[in-house]
Design a protein around this ligand. Structure first.
Ligand code: OAD
Length: 250
């Protein structure tokens, strides 16, 4: 669904006009915004993580209970990959967009921390952050004990097993980001959905909340999603479209 140049110019001008008038812009990002940094998405054919790995074996509390080593090896390999890449122009354009509108809320489903590395502040981490460890006993972010070097990571405070601070399938969204994101979606007048398949709830419900509140929905994605019909859908890669959108605000 990559647009022709003329259609792209028109859609970007339309979206920029809506952003220029906006009082509050709420952005929801997904794995697609990090794809141009070299991090695979989840569901893209062939390259998507869930095409090559079974989420039931790696991203559920049951999987972790069954085989914490397997899960930790996978998360350590993803951490390594994330440390080896950099934010892309799409991430930086959102930092700039935040400066250009009266009120800006950034909600991300991504656990990679690339928005923050690009300079975005107050990012609502809807699915947590892969770089943090959480103690499964005390259920808090924790430091690693020295023993962690020889096996599974352990909590420095209580010795309990640590897990990545991410949301696994079947788990609840952390209350803070969930409530703040719902409030922002219900208050914004422009909702920008970038690089997400809009398939995973409750995150995918935020656009519906915004729509019900009368907000203008703009989507940036090289492929159509379930949201495209209800949005100003701009077909293209976020690392290309977002900088153009911000440039068009001038
Ligand atoms: P998906 O992999 O489901 O969707 C990625 C979307 O990004 C697809 O619609 C692609 O077309 C689009 N895309 C690919 N390259 C892009 C680019 N360069 N620019 C813009 N868009 C691009 O990823 P998410 O929607 O983020 O949850 O998945 C949602 C959640 O499902 C994740 O947070 C994770 C996963 O299971 C949990 O683990 C809880």
């Amino acid at each position: 669904m990559i647009e022709s140049a003329a259609v792209l110019d028109r859609l970007i001008a339309e979206a920029a006009a809506a952003l220029r008038k906006a009082r509050h812009v709420c952005v929801l990002t997904g794995a697609g915004v990090s794809a141009e940094s070299g991090i695979p998405t989840f569901r893209d054919a062939l390259t998507g993580l869930w095409q090559n790995f079974n989420p039931e074996d790696l991203a559920t509390p049951e999987a972790f209970e069954r085989d914490p080593n397997l899960v930790w090896n996978w998360y350590e390999s993803r951490r390594e990959m994330i440390r080896s890449v950099e934010p892309n122009p799409g991430h930086y354009a959102l930092v700039e967009l935040a400066r250009r509108v009266p009120r800006f809320t950034l909600v991300t489903q991504n656990v990679d921390g690339l928005h923050q590395r690009a300079g975005s502040r107050d990012v609502l981490e809807y699915h947590g952050n892969i770089m943090r460890d959480r103690c499964i006993v005390e259920r808090v972010i924790a430091d690693r004990s020295d023993d962690s070097r020889h096996g599974l990571p352990r909590c420095a405070a209580c010795g309990g097993l640590l897990r990545p601070d991410v949301v696994w399938f079947g788990e609840a969204i952390p209350a803070g980001p969930m409530l703040a994101a719902a409030a922002a979606a219900g208050d914004c007048d422009v909702f920008l959905s970038v690089g997400t398949s809009s398939m995973v709830y409750p995150a995918a419900g935020l656009a519906e909340t915004a729509m019900d509140a009368g907000a203008r929905i703009i989507e940036i994605n090289p492929s159509a999603t379930g949201l495209s019909q209800a949005a100003t859908a701009i077909g293209g890669r976020s690392g290309v479209i977002l900088p153009r959108l911000v440039a068009a605000l001038a």
